[in-house]
Design a protein around this ligand. Structure first.
Ligand code: OGA
Ligand code: FE
Length: 297
């Protein structure tokens, strides 16, 4: 039985997406992050957005226990991990953070039957921080300077960018072995709340409901270089999910790149949204870890 067959409770949300345009093929969307003189601020980005109201967000809390979302079909999965990671310690104790990253990569390797799993990036977020495209990109996140929640639907990495990113973290011999086409390469985020989420939850789109033309490549340019990601165009056939009051021991795993997608898109669009029923609550705090997952199939 698939999640499609279950009548899940729905919250109507507004989500921001890139505006459809026929010009993207000749005028590539870009964003610059870094310092610009005020007179050039208008050149920071050529991206236009549009907000879609009343997008149905299906609440995974309503799934019967025998039906599970999974990375293979839907592009995302929900797991209770068997090791503890104290939220305060993750923010303040570098050793506790390293232990969490190591445990998470080891669990992921076993669970997804992988030959190799490497974490390469983590990011803390707090919903009372602003996400600003002018912010200089940092390679690694920090608990002192958390990012804000995502405000536009996106995928972190493109089909072209995936192998490039993976190569950066492999030795020459590993790259030769794993990037030759025989192995399956994935980039998977593990998203964990640091306290129960009462607003600004993560929203995830079933990858089977995405069509390649919904994905628009954007260049994120900074002084450190340039990298590509996708903004996604909203289409009513997309099916979006969330998990109400997500707890620190509930980790959402989701795909940002797949070299051998079995069906649908290569990854899972995601963003955050304001829950219209939330009221005034504590800010959402989370940590997401990006991992390279290398497996035979
Ligand atoms: C991510 C991401 C958004 C958020 O984990 O890649 O985009 O608001 N997260 O936490
Ligand atoms: Fe993301």
């Amino acid at each position: 039985m698939d999640i499609n067959t279950v009548d899940l409770p729905i919250t109507l949300a507004s989500i921001r997406c890139i505006k459809p345009s026929g010009l993207y093929s000749i005028k590539k969307p870009y964003q610059y992050s870094g310092v610009l003189p005020p007179s050039e601020e208008h050149l920071r980005s050529n991206v236009e957005y549009t907000t879609h109201e009343n997008v149905p967000m299906h609440n995974l809390r309503g799934l019967p226990s025998e039906i599970k979302v999974n990375l293979e079909e839907h592009g995302f999965a929900l797991h209770k991990l068997p090791f503890t990671a104290d939220s305060t310690a993750l923010k303040t104790d570098a050793t506790a953070l390293q232990t969490y990253l190591t445990d998470l990569a080891a669990w992921t390797k076993t669970h997804f039957n992988a030959e190799k799993v490497l974490w390469y990036n983590y990011r803390f977020r707090r919903s009372d921080q602003k996400q600003n495209i002018a912010d200089q990109e940092t390679e690694m996140g920090s608990a002192e300077l958390p990012n804000g929640p995502a405000s536009v639907a996106h995928i972190d990495i493109t089909l072209k960018g995936g192998p490039k990113r993976i190569r950066r973290h492999l030795t020459k011999a590993e790259a030769e072995k794993y990037l030759g086409g025989k192995y399956r390469l994935r980039i998977v985020n593990a998203w964990k709340p640091l306290s129960p989420v009462h607003d600004n939850p993560l929203a995830l789109c079933d990858r089977r409901t995405i069509s390649p033309s919904d994905l628009i490549t954007v260049n994120r340019v900074s002084d450190a270089g340039s990298r590509e990601f996708y903004y996604t165009i909203y289409q009513p056939q997309q099916k979006w999910y969330w998990l109400s009051t997500q707890q620190p021991d509930e980790t959402l795993f989701f795909l940002n790149y797949d070299s051998k997608p079995p069906n649908g898109a290569c990854a899972c669009p995601h963003t955050s949204f304001k829950d219209p029923g939330a009221g005034k609550v504590e800010p959402r705090e989370s940590i997401e870890v990006r991992m390279i997952v290398i497996s035979e199939s």
